[in-house]
Design a protein around this ligand. Structure first.
Ligand SMILES: [Zn+2]
Length: 167
């Protein structure tokens, strides 16, 4: 399973947290800036519910903080968290580990689409010219094209029963 690792730190500790995450081997991350109030600061507060008061309270009392998020393998999570805890010893931070049920990535970049097609080569007798020559095989999602580098004859196949990850 994958885990959404969320590390809440104060702005001045962002560098430390990032270095610890990178050292522990995370491959990607994103950062959100936010205004935060810890439960201790919040305790006993009661605010007027009009938006002006609420926003005023946030401006006056909330501290600037940063949330560093990363998606990591469950098995690697403990090591990464330990690394962050060590780096931020004595500092104020919160770490959340949220299990991820599913990841859906939509990619409309045609360059990246192309990079996902597989190209294989195999030297076998051609179905058309009969020569023992390199047959190129390209697999595009659920379609396969096989063509002969000797005579240029091509065949197409539909690959049935393709399973997408997670289904
Ligand atoms: Zn051929």
């Amino acid at each position: 399973m994958k885990v959404h690792l969320r590390v809440f730190v104060e702005v001045e500790n962002l560098g430390k947290a990032m270095n610890a995450l990178a050292d522990a081997g995370i491959t990607g991350f994103y950062i959100l800036e936010y205004k935060g109030m810890s439960p201790q600061d919040w305790k006993g507060f009661s605010i007027k519910e009009d938006p002006k008061s609420a926003i005023g309270l946030i401006k006056d009392y909330a501290t600037d903080a940063v949330l560093v998020c990363s998606v990591v393998d469950e098995e690697k999570t403990d090591k990464i968290v330990e690394s962050v805890m060590q780096a931020l010893e004595g500092e104020k931070y919160t770490i959340l580990e949220v299990p991820i049920r599913r990841i859906i990535v939509n990619n409309q970049d045609p360059e990246k689409e192309r990079a996902e097609t597989w190209l294989l080569e195999k030297e076998v007798p051609c179905f058309y010219c009969g020569e023992n020559s390199v047959q190129r095989i390209r697999i595009d999602m659920n379609k396969a094209k096989i063509w002969c580098t000797n005579c240029g004859a091509a065949r197409y196949y539909l690959i049935k029963g393709v399973e997408k990850e997670g289904s």
